[in-house]
Ligand binder design. Structure first.
Ligand SMILES: C[C@@H](N)C(=O)N[C@H](C)C(=O)O
Ligand SMILES: [Zn+2]
Length: 236
């Protein structure tokens, strides 16, 4: 699999520690979605991030609550060891086979490669090379959505991790009527509060944000070519 452009960004690790995401501040569901599928965290918690990333996330939630009192950020996923990244790409590949009614044993190498291509559009490679860490292994990336004042998950028009074009942040951008127009407004709200706090969003996933990792540095350079494209958070 070819390297993604952001994986060429140099990493100068700042050694900021991981810290627990405060449960009293954000919404953290009782069961982690990947643990429920059988992912083995080997005693580690997915609900950890770098300290500076947690501070920025608190800023984002304050900005949210200035517009929508009592709304909160829901943490779907945060720190993800490479073994769990491997588990999830394998799980997604098997899901894709099932969805398409395919048997892996009957596929040619080229057909399998096409399916892996679809998986890797959404998921990062579970690389163990410290120069190309999967974003969530750095403690600087997280997958989130919003919860309203009544405690209901806000409808963004697709599920997190959906393998379809609906995951693209601007999928509903041209919608003229509700509910699609509202989905886009919700995605824009999430994007606005996160970017104001310094995060940048994955170009293909409305729910994935990061701060200080390789993708973040690369996106900054795309926005402004004079930006220093250096990541400060590498693999933990
Ligand atoms: C698929 C989604 N949960 C995600 O986190 N994607 C990014 C690109 C990743 O795997 O790091
Ligand atoms: Zn993510």
């Amino acid at each position: 699999m070819n390297l993604k452009p952001y994986q060429q960004i140099p990493i100068v690790e700042c050694h900021e520690p991981l810290a627990p995401i405060p449960r009293e501040v954000f919404v953290i569901p009782p069961t982690h979605p990947y643990a429920a599928l059988g992912a083995d965290y080997q005693g580690r918690s997915p609900y950890f991030l770098r300290q500076g990333v947690i501070q920025a996330l608190q800023q984002a939630q304050q900005a949210l609550q200035e517009e929508h009192p009592h709304w909160k950020i829901l943490i779907f996923d945060a720190f993800r060891p490479i073994s769990v990244q491997q588990f999830m790409v394998d799980y997604s590949f098997q899901t894709l086979l099932q969805q398409r009614g395919l048997n892996e044993a009957n596929l040619s190498e080229a057909e399998k490669q096409d399916l892996w291509q679809v998986v890797y559009e959404l998921w990062a490679l579970p690389s163990s090379d410290p120069a190309t860490p999967p974003p969530h292994s750095t403690g600087a990336a997280l997958d989130i959505t919003l919860v309203d004042a009544q405690g209901n998950v806000v409808d963004m028009g697709s599920e997190i991790d959906e393998l379809s074009a609906r995951s693209h942040p601007d999928y509903y951008a041209t919608a003229q009527t509700p509910p699609e127009q509202t989905y886009h407004q919700h995605r824009q709200l999430l994007h606005r509060i996160m970017t104001q706090a310094g995060f940048r969003r994955h170009p293909r996933e409305w729910w994935h944000f990061s701060l200080g990792d390789q993708l973040w540095a690369w996106l900054g350079q795309q926005e402004n070519s004079s930006d220093d494209a250096i990541a400060r958070y590498g693999r933990i």
